[in-house]
Design a binder for this molecule. Structure first.
Ligand code: ADP
Ligand code: MG
Length: 683
């Protein structure tokens, strides 16, 4: 957060009534200049355009009433040291009961007309309002208007903030500069900034606000896309460690199977980056099971043939171990060692691995993001592979680039995401897509089932296990806040399952297990010593057990579609038919229909599009891990077409003026976004 108004910005002290105390309150909201205030956009509007007759009031949304106060408010003390004041007001159609809590300074004069704005609610035999906003009807300023409602106002009231915004708009009039390049506003029929700012805060009508919004969204996304492109360009300016090309056949020929066409294409694209002189910044996107690890291994192979080292960063220790195992399988025939670095490791072993890495010997080091980012010495490193990309946003990548990381970057995402989100999240990357599964895979047969079918499903499960299969059961255990409740719920679930199917060998996996315990459970499941693995969502990413053919998800209606798709991807990894049961208690048709999407298709991109449509981008990845930038006004769920337009304009602009030398104002805004992106990554 910036500590004060940036250079060239107007200080907030220019606004009426802003002294040191008010200034501190504004600063607390992240507002440091008049410009900041203008860019704090309303989250909604109060519609005070029409005055309603009291007799027609209904419970619900806030409305305006014009009424005469007939008795002065009677103030009483109520428990908790609070005060309550009540009075009545009339218009020609009826009586309105008014109640005010804790408003010691409120003065209403008998016989005077006021405009009250609030939510009507039943009071006695008529209607009333609690804590409505009040202004004298004569000379009323708010009535008849759409008033902005600002997000998070802290110690400052909405009406105070409105006054300051009004003053800020008056100060700014005539001083707006257009950051968009000439012609862009005309091309997309965008309003000039002055009109847009006026109308976003104090619109004449909802349509007026919508037009203003469109301009401001466009501007925000345009600047964002320029920033993404600039970051991408910066990545390219950095020379990557130059590698000499080797025919990937040398790597492919030692594999136990033939690579898919998509894998070959992705390997060629990556190799041409790696040998092209500038730094690779590539995203490898592919559905679960599409074989991304093989592509990464090929890149490691090329690095090693050049005498260089590589690292693979995974989000969890479990995955780090699995990557090590897969890398070993693919690279051992070429004599390339794969080492593991995780925190749950004997100190002596850790020292050995660190020493080996520091020796500069060609190898691949697999570990968690945290460990590897904490400065492992890899003097000959040429390549970083980052797995499960969606937990690793633009910001982290930018930081990695800044830290002069070992060189080329290959980011792998198991989550197929809609194109629009690709543009936002990965605008700074080149993208390879694995859109083809290895041959012989059968789609996982998926059914949405309800409680009545539980016994039947258990019967099926037993039969499948008798035939040599294994099963995952995922329970999103309801957090009751209480320590150990997760464990209790899981234990209860297992008890019930064991009672229904006494012969099953059941293991439990949950987030509170220590890494070594997780590893042990996973290992015995993989070795076939367990029939069923009951788990919280910790198995969500990456884990590979080809004999597992059944996935049961309890309370499936609590999950996002993309997450369910990820979970389902844990089965169907061998050649046998696999099944997925989505146990649910969905009450609405819409909720059932949502689950049907999964029963109908195994195409992760289609599912992702549906998920985005149904839940919006915030929920799409789970709020905190989204890696999505915080936009002041744009909403990725609804503003997708504006994004496409803004991106196209940004590309055109940068093609003509790559350094933005002819667009100094835009260049400054873009730089600001880049700096913010970098700063966000430091948290
Ligand atoms: P993901 O893209 O989900 O990370 P993995 O790399 O884990 O997929 O690969 C899934 C499984 O498919 C692994 O067991 C891997 O050995 C296997 N596999 C990868 N490529 C091929 C291929 N071309 N033919 C057959 N099996 C493959
Ligand atoms: Mg994987």
């Amino acid at each position: 957060m910036k500590p004060r108004a940036a250079e060239g910005e107007q200080p907030l002290s220019l606004l009426p009534g802003v002294g040191p105390r008010r200034l501190a309150q504004l600063n607390k909201l992240g507002l440091f200049s008049v410009e900041d205030l203008l860019r704090r956009f309303p989250r909604d509007y109060e519609d005070r355009r029409t005055i309603r007759p009291i007799s027609g009031l209904e419970e619900g949304a806030a409305v305006c009433v014009r009424a005469m106060v007939t008795d002065e408010p009677v103030r009483t003390r109520i428990p908790g040291g609070r005060t309550m004041a009540r009075c009545r007001a009339f218009d020609s159609t009826g009586m309105l009961q008014l109640t005010f809590f804790n408003q010691p300074y409120l003065r209403l004069e008998r016989g005077r007309e006021y405009i009250f704005f609030g939510k009507p609610q039943p009071a006695g035999r008529g209607m009333g309002m609690v804590n409505p906003s009040v202004e004298p009807a004569e000379g009323a300023r708010a009535a008849g208007k759409l008033l902005p409602v600002y997000p998070k106002t802290g110690d400052i009231s909405q009406s105070q903030l409105r006054k300051w915004v009004r003053a800020a708009l008056d100060l700014a009039r005539g001083h707006y500069l257009e950051p968009l390049p000439a012609g862009v506003a005309e091309q997309w029929k965008l309003r000039p900034p002055e009109e847009a700012f006026e109308a976003i805060h104090f619109p004449q009508s909802p349509e007026d606000a919508a037009k203003a919004r469109r301009r401001l969204i466009f501007e925000e996304l345009f600047v964002f896309c320029c920033a993404g492109q600039r970051l991408r360009g910066k990545g390219r300016e950095n020379p990557g460690p130059p590698l000499t090309y080797h025919d990937p056949e040398g790597f492919f020929s030692a594999l136990p199977f033939a690579p898919t066409g998509a894998q070959r294409r992705a390997v060629e694209q990556a190799f041409s980056d790696l040998c092209g002189g500038s730094r690779m910044n590539r995203l490898l996107q592919g559905d679960v099971g599409s074989g991304k690890t093989l592509v990464a291994a090929a890149c490691v192979w090329l690095a090693a043939r050049n005498g260089r080292q590589a690292v693979v960063m995974a989000p969890t220790e479990l995955l780090a171990r699995q990557h090590r195992a897969t890398m070993e399988q693919f690279l051992a025939p070429h004599g390339i060692p794969a080492e593991l670095l995780i925190s749950a490791m004997p100190a002596a072993e850790k020292r050995r691995v660190l020493a080996r890495a520091a020796s500069g010997e060609p190898l691949v080091l697999c570990g968690t993001h945290a460990l590897i980012q904490n400065g492992v010495e890899l003097p000959a490193a040429a390549l970083v592979v980052v797995d499960e990309q969606h937990r690793f946003g633009v910001a982290q990548r930018a930081a990695l680039n800044q830290k002069a990381h070992p060189g080329h970057l290959l980011a792998m995402s198991a989550t197929p995401i809609p194109r629009t989100l690709t543009l936002i999240l990965y605008g700074d990357l080149d993208v390879s897509v694995l859109d083809e599964l290895p041959p012989g895979r059968r789609p996982v047969l998926t059914y949405a089932v309800t409680e009545e079918k539980r016994q039947g499903m258990y019967g099926f499960l037993q039969k499948e296990i008798d035939a040599g299969g294994q099963a995952y059961i995922v329970c999103p255990l309801v957090e009751e806040g209480e320590e150990g409740s997760e464990k209790k719920a899981a234990a209860a679930y297992i008890g019930q399952l064991q009672k229904a199917l006494p012969r099953l060998r059941i293991g439990l996996m949950h987030g509170r297990l220590r890494p070594a315990e997780k590893e042990a459970v996973m290992a015995s499941f993989a070795a076939g010593e367990l029939d069923v693995l009951v788990s919280t969502t910790v198995i969500e990413v990456g884990v590979d057990v080809p004999r597992a053919t059944v996935m049961i998800v309890e309370n499936a209606d609590f999950f996002g579609l993309s997450q369910l798709h990820q979970l389902r991807g844990r089965v169907g990894r061998g050649s046998r038919q696999s099944w997925c049961f989505l146990m649910h208690h969905a009450r609405t048709e819409a909720a059932r229909e949502r689950l049907q999407t999964l029963c109908r298709t195994c195409d992760g991109f289609q599912i992702a599009e549906a998920d985005l449509r149904l839940r919006g981008p915030g929920d799409f990845f789970g709020q905190r891990q989204s890696g999505l930038p915080a936009f002041a006004i744009a909403d990725l769920a609804t503003d997708i077409n504006v994004l496409e337009a803004a991106r196209q304009s940004a590309l055109d602009t940068l093609a003509r003026d790559p350094e933005l030398g002819n667009h100094p104002l835009l260049a400054a805004r873009v730089e600001e976004v880049i700096q913010k992106t970098l700063a966000a990554s430091m948290n």
